[in-house]
Every structure is written in C-alpha cells, then in structure tokens.
Design a protein. Structure first.
Lengths: 386, 386
C-alpha cells in the first residue's frame, strides 16, 4: 500500500525537481487536443492560470482584462493570442517554442483576433476561471459556438499526475508533515491563533515551500467553522485546535489537517476525533482504480453518520490537488468519475459542532494500481500540545 | 487645477481612513440596482473580487470553484448565494446585514439555488472576472437569460469615486511619490534590476502600502518591453531606467512611473523623455468633464506621432484605478465614455525603442469639475541617479 509508485523519477540526483521541458508541454498539448476530439469538442480554450501553466509553462505577470488565450484544436498547431505588450514575456515561456503566437494591440478587438482560430459552429472546452467577460466576447463574436467548462467537459486534463508532478506533490506533502512535527513543539495555550498561524507559515517556508496559501488555526469554537482561518482568539487549555495548512513547493500544492488538543482533550473531543479518524481511514482503504469519486465521500460519510454526527459533516470529503489546491477530481456525492492511478486528492472528513469545537483530519493521497498511497504521513493519533 | 476636491473628507482627524459602513454598502447596492434598471438590465450579478468588495465589503478567503454570487435586482432585497461552509465568513462582512444570505451545500447544484433569484428571460450584467464555469452554469440552468460583462454593460459602476475612496487613492499616490523620492538616493549602477525592485517594494511598504503589486525596473534595453518586471540584468552607467510601481494602501491602488537616467542620459534619451513629458502634460491638460476617454489617448498619441515616434507607443494611454489597478474607464481609442468628476485613471504615454531603451511617465489623475488633479506629484524632469 505504501510502496513507491512505479514511475520514473522527476528529480535529479540531488533530489531537486527536474524542470519541465518543451517536450513535456508539447505532449500535454497534444494529449489535450486528442482528448478534446474524443469527447466531441472542436478544441480547448485556455486562459491564464493553472491550465495554461500546465500546458505551456506560461504565467503572465498579472491576469487582467487583456485577453490571453491558448487555442488547442486537433490537427492544428497550438496557437496563443496575447496582448502585444505581453508578447515578449510569452515568448520566454518554456512551452512557447511549441506555440504559434498571435498578438493584438490595445484598442483592437481581441475576440476578432481569436475568431479565425475557431470554427463558427464549434463546441469548445474552456478554462473554468476564464473571465466571463472573455467568454461573452467569444459568444458575441461567434454566436454559433458553444462552450463547456474544462471541469465539466474534460475534468481529467490535469487530474492524472505524471512522475515529475507526483514527485513534486510528494515533496510538498513531506514539507507540510515536517511543519506539523515542529508545530507540536510550540506553545499554544495563552497565544493567539494568528501567532500559531504565523509559526506554521514560517515552518512551511522552512520546509521548502515558496508560497504559503493558508494556515488555518481554529481553536475551540472557531474550529467548528471549517473555513475559519486564524483570528485574535486566545487559545485556551482544553481547546481542540484544527490546524489546516498548505502552500506551494516547486509549484505544486500541499494541504494537510490535524486536530490537536491543548492539554487533555476530554472524552467528547476524544470520541469525535476517533470517529473522524475512522472515517478518514475507511475512505483511504476504499481507494482503488475504478472506484467512483462519490464512493470515497460516501464511505467516510457513512462512518460519521452511523456514529450520529452526520449533520455535522457539512462539506465534501475531498478535492484534487496539483498546480492548484482545489481541482478535479472532487470526492463528492454525484461525482461518478472513476479513480485512475496517478490521481492525487485530499481525504478530509470533519465534524463541526457549532459554538463548541471541530475536528478534521486530512491527508493528500495518490491512487496507485493497488490502492492509495498517502503523501501526508504524520500520525493520526490526536496529539497533545502545551 | 490643483485645488483640493470639493468633497467631504473620508479620513479622521489623525488622517486615517474612516472604515466604510453598512450604509455605504447599502447606498452602493441601491445605486447599482437602479443603474442596472436604467440600462435595461434585470439585475447585476457579482462574484468575489473587487466588485463584491465594493458593494458588500465581503472578500472570501479564497476565490474557488464554489459559487458565491450577489444578485442585485431593482425592487428586490440584495441576496447573496454562498457555500454553506463560507456562510460564517460572509456574515461577518460589514455589508452583510444589508444582504439576505442563501447557502448551498457541497454536492448540491449552486445554479439551482441561484435560479429563483433571477428572471427566466432576464438580461444581467455580470462581474468581468466571474468564472466562465459559473456563467455557463447559469446559462445552462436558465437558457432564456442573457448576460453582458459589467465593464461592457455598466462600466461606471465603480468608476466615480466617493470622497472616502478619493482620499484613499490620494494617500496611495502620496505614498508612491514618497517611495520615488527615496529611490533616487539608492545606488543603481552595478546593481541588478531585482535589487532595485526590492528596494522599491520596501519603500512602498514603508510609505503605508499593505501590498506591493508590481515594481518594474526596466534598465537599458529592458525598458523597451513595457511589461518587463525586473530581472537579473546589471544596471549600467548611461542606462535609462523605467520605474513603474504600485500596490494597495488602505485597500486602494497606486501606480506611477518615472524614467531615470544613470549618469548623463545623452541627447537621444533626453529628447525622447521630453516628447513623452509633453505628451503626458498635453493629455493631462485635456482632461475635462464631458471629454471622451479616447480623446485623452489621442491627444497624447498625437504629440508622440508628430515627433516621429508613433510606432513606438504600443499601448493605450491609461486605465482607471480604485480597488484594482486596472479598471474602467480606459483611455483608449474607441472608448466614447465621457469623463465625469470623481473618475480616477492613469495617464502614461511611453516610447519603446526595441533593443535600446524605453521611456514612460505615469501619473494617476482625478477628474474635477474644472480639469484634472494629479494624485502623483513627483517631478517630471528626468532625474539622474548614481
């Protein structure tokens, strides 16, 4: 279950990630175009963000109202429409030599520059986070075209990680685990949540993260708000404290949660923690290629519901992770996508008792041919801090 | 021309900004609904980002695939659809008490939760940066609805600043000016662009900025790429160096550019700088209520074109600024929007000679009843640095 994945290594002899090369990007773009065709799409439209980074290595300095869009269509060379003044930046991207650039000048209509690359009655998959403004511009310019979001139309585009990506996610997970180990040694009682959050952020950076995206410290009743970040509340003896933190290491995400107790947790917290631990473990053990995503959610939910806490588990059990912290596949009721080796996602059941406390346990896992492998490996036993 | 604006003050006696109150948000939401109706819209749909901050004070911890959307329709109470697990955060926003919240649970269809708030054949203005995924979800759920981006349909929504906003922009501009004054004293020759950029970032923070968004240091040939940020190039004696920097102070943006010379600039740089200075001044003097935005671009462009450099001025002359660095109104050919007192935007002509050097001068200005007032006031004379 915990054997290393059967992949080539994406790191060099010093364990540093090998940069992605133009061939990686060319292969990804080819695959995207082929997959689009197999799903009946005329092509894929990609705007700045993780999809564009994945396919070309290009990230504009800022995502603005100026249209940048990569058009991938089967049998046609990849072409990217860019603002003229950003062309020099685009040309520097690793994948740029595999892409034809078309630029447009301020004051011109960028949708008119894009239209010749599209079929007038085409059906396209478009980046989830493409600006509505740009989608409306395309719909206006080519009223015969239709669109589906990439997550709805081609959710698997980035879902199966290649060996280089998997190594990065593994090292991000290990960095987050190391941060957790060290946070157990800091003082909790009598300090504010934001102080512990600052410690966590510093530890993520110490352990290789270039970017810290979130450091949730939800103490006592604040732990019952699953998206509480960290506030001014003074942490008290006896508090359960939800620690949910992550960021980017070598461009790939980490995201892990542990719930610790400041001193003795007491019977109820202990009981809820054990239920959540069992739910996490049951979902983990259920992971196999071919299993539907919603099944992972159901398995965890069943454990919590049977223990009587079903009404207090108010979110899906997991989300994919890669270049972004939240991406397909989603482990949620209604998601019939089947698991495939190389997928990486969180398993993070929780119980939230309003006004009292919350408990969540979260690991990133990857699907292997014979089950799940954890990318977070710190203990699931409830840790007691001072 | 430089008299203070005829507004109430948005700062307290210690010159600190007065926080926006629920009545500010209620007034803005009322105005948005009324303006939508007057333009034939059934309402306004606002997703997380600057529009939502402007209208409610609410900024979710992260903008994700989970739908959050504010629906403003004339004669109906403002209503915001939020993910259940983010509801506690939404409730804490200053404007929340003026908004009805509707939540949806993971696994449910958020567009189904939104549909009852919309007319089945309605025409809506929607946030520019709303995710395409969400727009497609609304179009799929209510196929009779039509949409226009806020910038296309209601570009004036945030364009005219109120007194509190104007004070914030004024203080952001003053902070950027103070950073510029101090950067003149640092060493340029023999240091890398990124080192000077780091100095600039530190100076913006020293002068009140909570966030640094960009610190362009374009030395010598790098200055000819208008969106070059800062790189490893060693700055050399005789370089022209474009410094374009800004960020957020009390939530509002700064954005200013000056081009300095490392030692004597030489005749050509001096000549180009003088042309750009005259273009900036001409555009500034052309600002009056009622003038079309495109006219501001034309006036600056004419000066540069008549001097023989028209082909080297490859971007619009300006953009609005407020909660974001780029927003309507845009000073660009084709923009017939007329100027209104309280609008704030950049005037930033430039000349870019590929492989050689670039020159740009940029001030934020605000429209007053009798012309423009600069929010950046550092000298336009070319400064020589060491």
């Amino acid at each position: 279950m915990t054997r290393p994945p059967p992949y080539d290594r994406g790191v060099d002899k010093d364990n540093r990630p090998v940069p992605f090369a133009v061939d990686d990007f060319r292969r990804r773009m080819d695959r995207a175009a082929t997959e689009a065709a197999s799903k009946g799409f005329s092509g894929v439209l990609v705007t700045p963000g993780p999809d564009l980074v994945y396919l070309t290595g290009y990230a504009p300095t800022a995502v603005t109202e100026r249209l940048t869009i990569l058009v991938l269509a089967p049998g046609r060379p990849p072409t990217m429409v860019v603002p003229k003044l950003e062309r020099p930046d685009a040309e520097k991207a690793t994948g740029a030599s595999a892409v034809t650039l078309v630029d447009w000048l301020d004051g011109a209509d960028p949708y008119a520059s894009t239209a010749p690359l599209l079929s007038a009655d085409g059906r396209y998959a478009i980046s989830d986070a493409a600006w509505a403004m740009h989608l409306l511009g395309l719909q206006r310019t080519l009223p015969g075209t239709t669109y589906v979001s990439l997550t709805d139309g081609m959710p698997m585009l980035r879902a199966v990680k290649d060996p280089h990506e998997l190594d990065r996610l593994t090292s991000a997970g290990a960095g987050a685990d190391a941060a957790f180990e060290e946070i157990l040694g800091v003082r909790f009682a009598g300090r504010r949540e934001i102080e512990v959050a600052a410690d966590l952020a510093a530890l993520l950076r110490k352990h290789g993260h270039s970017q810290v995206d979130f450091t949730v410290v939800g103490s006592g009743p604040n732990g019952a708000n699953p998206h509480h970040e960290a506030g001014d509340r003074m942490i008290q003896q006896g508090d359960a404290v939800v620690l949910d933190f992550g960021g980017l290491r070598d461009g790939y995400g980490s995201d892990t949660t542990r719930t610790v107790s400041v001193g003795d947790p007491g019977a109820e917290v202990r009981e809820v923690h054990e239920i959540v631990r069992r739910a996490q473990q049951a979902a983990f053990e259920d992971v196999q290629p071919g299993v539907e995503c919603q099944e992972i959610d159901r398995v965890a939910r069943r454990v919590i519901t049977e223990a009587g806490y079903g009404d207090y588990f108010i979110h899906r059990v997991g989300h994919g992770i890669g270049l972004t912290t939240h991406e397909p596949p989603y482990m949620v009721e209604g998601e019939t996508q089947r698991l495939v080796p190389g997928m990486c996602f969180s398993i993070e059941p929780g119980v939230y008792l309003p006004g009292r406390f919350g408990v969540r346990i979260e690991d990133i896992v990857t699907v292997t041919p014979d089950g799940a492998r954890r990318l977070n490996n710190s203990t699931h036993e409830m840790q007691v801090v001072a």
